[in-house]
Design a protein around this ligand. Structure first.
Ligand code: MRU
Length: 363
């Protein structure tokens, strides 16, 4: 693996402010697991491009990055109209994960009452506070999830608990800890043995490249499986629990997450395997109810389906074509799992039912 450490990375953080205070630093997730490179984002344009190109990705992380994008732009123009234009531009970078708009709205709301001259410093402090808040939120999700894992493990004494996850909802998808993987790290901290089945997560392979990398870095036992494997494992009693993250959860508990999540939920339901979704409450969109009908699903380049990049024998990265010349491809990036398939929502305030009444009570 190539490692470029131009800046010291705080322990396991995916995003942190440059010591000089003039940029935000992120791990370039397009290059993992083969190269660990830190990118320096010094303008709102650089932040937006990092989000659209998936240098930074994962719902909570793009929210934190966008908050820094607002703060960087604030130094150039901090009047109301400029702030609103920057917010709209950042929000349009990726349409599905609601944390992005949640973060820019929080920054905007905090800045508008302030004198224009005070806004740049306040915006930077606010972005840092949002990032720190994400870490604390995810740590709390980890503790609530740990209680669930301990209860499940008690049913299977003498062997590790087998957990299946999809995509990457780990530390890399957040500022730290992750959402779906936070309970895994909490379990590791108390010595509870957990083995993670890692869905590869075609087409961008966030499981194979990111989740496998971060679990390996943390010393967590894991096995990468092709996306089609989960149902088979469940039929054979090899999955005790599924935990995934979310990009948007509706007021009635429908869960929008990485494409393929829905199929895992169906298989879990058919096999009596508990299916949990871990999320900060900032992922909850109280304005939408029917996730299938109302959540905008990002469609990405067909090239992500038709081509794949990996490390070649010389150690460099190579892209190869998978499909015949001329075959069209379709690439919806997310799907919606209906609330009826969700066993529970692991939030920073505890585990709650995926129902309208339970979610309304969190307001
Ligand atoms: O397209 P991505 O890689 O940004 O999608 C990420 C996911 O689907 C995650 O599961 C979700 O954002 C939750 S991250 C804690």
């Amino acid at each position: 693996m190539t490692t470029t450490h131009t800046h010291t990375r705080p322990h396991r953080r995916s995003l942190w402010p440059a010591p000089e205070g003039d940029a935000v630093l992120v791990i370039d997730q397009r290059l993992l697991p083969h190269q660990l490179v830190v990118e320096r984002l010094a303008s709102v344009a650089a932040v937006r491009t990092a989000i659209t190109d998936m240098c930074v990705r994962g719902a909570p992380l793009i929210g934190a990055a966008a908050a820094y994008g607002m703060a960087l732009q604030c130094r150039l123009a901090a009047d109301d109209a400029s702030l609103r234009a920057t917010q709209a531009w950042l929000d349009s970078a990726r349409p599905t994960a609601v944390n992005l708009a949640w973060a820019t709205q929080r920054v905007l709301q905090a800045l508008l009452p302030l004198p224009v001259a005070a806004r740049p410093v306040a915006a930077w402090q606010l972005a840092a506070a949002l990032a720190d808040e994400d870490v604390a939120t995810n740590a709390a999700i980890g503790q609530h999830g740990l209680v669930l894992l301990q209860a499940l493990a008690a049913r299977h004494p003498g062997r590790p608990l087998n957990l299946l996850t999809h995509c990457n909802a780990g530390a890399l998808a957040t500022v730290d800890w992750g959402t779906a993987l936070a309970p895994v790290y909490a379990a590791q901290a108390v010595g509870l043995a957990v083995h993670v089945w890692v869905d590869e997560t075609r087409p961008r392979n966030q499981g194979a490249s990111l989740t496998a990398w971060e679990l390996g870095q943390q010393g967590v036992a894991h096995t990468v499986v092709a996306d089609n494997t989960g149902g088979h494992l469940m039929q054979h009693g090899q999955v005790d629990v599924v935990i995934v993250g979310a990009d948007r959860v509706t007021a009635r508990g429908d869960v929008c997450n990485k494409i393929g999540t829905y199929l895992k939920a169906l298989a879990a339901h058919d096999n009596g395997v508990p299916f949990y979704v871990a999320l900060p409450l900032s992922t909850l969109d109280r304005t939408v109810h029917d996730g299938v009908a109302q959540i905008p699903i990002e469609h990405r380049s067909p090239r992500e389906v038709t081509h794949i990049t990996g490390r070649n024998a010389q150690g460099g990265l190579t892209e190869v074509q998978l499909v015949p010349d001329g075959s069209p491809a379709l690439n919806p990036a997310f799907d919606v799992t209906p609330a009826r398939l969700v066993t529970g929502l692991i939030t920073e305030r505890g585990v709650i039912a995926a129902t309208a009444s339970a979610l309304a009570a969190t307001a």
